[in-house]
Design a protein around this ligand. Structure first.
Ligand code: NAD
Length: 250
């Protein structure tokens, strides 16, 4: 697909997988709105860096876990870009610095669940709903960043895995609901080497590496390229592409 002048909004675009996606789309000539948390200085910093390098990027501050704020962020981004061809619902949270063992139910109280679901599940729904009219006009595409945690019995916490399983379900049902004009797909990364997993125990990363059929961890660019691949494949909708170097089938 030719991305020249195509308009994309990437949530959680200031670091990791989101930033890698923003950078590749910029290099391919796209016009990109980079969403970041309003109080996250790295969002402004990355937009400035990319604009200085000559790329067509605008800042789209907003917290997708916040009803109203998410929709307003999308509306402002659509206005700045003059429409939308691609929405990447990538912002997500584990709501903890380190993985929480699944048996530790006490660690996940009401507010923990609300934060996880509000960000990882309802956030993508809010943004998709706010972008739907615009995407219908352009026959655009939505890509959700899910996780292998949503397909199996691993993940940073039981709540996180449940949120990503629900996001996969939402992907399939939105693909039906928004067809035939809009395609909706998801990527499901395994453990990715991003700021997110920096604080994770080395032993956990080593275990994933040992299981990995390709004997390496997934890089943010691997996931970004998979997002762009799925976005460009006009015959694929309602699908989930696992990007985990073969670690979950081992
Ligand atoms: P990251 O921490 O580098 O990126 C996440 C970004 O989302 C951050 O910039 C953060 O500020 C932003 N964000 C968080 N909550 C937000 C909100 N409410 N509104 C707007 N922005 C918000 O981590 P990453 O690994 O690049 O994560 C990106 C996505 O990939 C997440 O959805 C995550 O669940 C998923 N994922 C990550 C891994 C992994 O191992 N790193 C594996 C599977 C899936």
């Amino acid at each position: 697909m030719n991305w020249t002048s195509k308009r994309a909004l990437i949530t959680g675009g200031a670091s990791g997988i989101g930033l890698a996606t923003v950078e590749i789309l910029c290099r391919m000539g796209g016009r990109v709105a980079l969403n970041h948390l309003p109080n996250d200085p790295s969002g402004i910093k990355e937009v400035k860096r990319l604009r200085t390098a000559g790329y067509d990027v605008v800042s789209a501050p907003g917290d997708v876990s916040n009803p109203g704020e998410a929709e307003n962020m999308v509306t402002a981004a659509l206005k700045a870009l003059g429409g939308l061809d691609l929405l990447v619902n990538n912002a997500g949270t584990s709501n903890s610095r380190e993985p929480i063992p699944f048996e530790n139910l006490e660690a996940m109280d009401e507010s923990f669940w609300q934060t996880i679901l509000g960000t990882n599940l309802i956030g993508p729904y809010r943004c998709s709903k706010a972008a739907a009219d615009s995407l219908r006009l352009s026959h655009g595409v939505i890509i959700n960043t899910a996780s292998v945690a949503g397909l199996g019995t691993r993940g940073s916490s039981l709540a996180y895995s449940a949120s990503k399983a629900a996001l996969i379900n939402l992907t399939r049902n939105l693909a039906k609901a928004l067809s035939p004009e809009i395609r909706v797909n998801a990527v499901a990364p395994g453990l990715v080497d991003t700021p997110w997993t920096k604080s994770w125990p080395e032993s956990r990363k080593q275990k994933t590496l040992d299981r990995s059929l390709l004997k390496r961890l997934v890089l943010p660019e691997d996931v970004a390229k998979s997002i762009i691949f799925l976005a460009g494949q006009g015959a694929i909708t309602g699908e989930v592409l696992v990007v985990d170097c073969g670690s979950s089938i081992a």
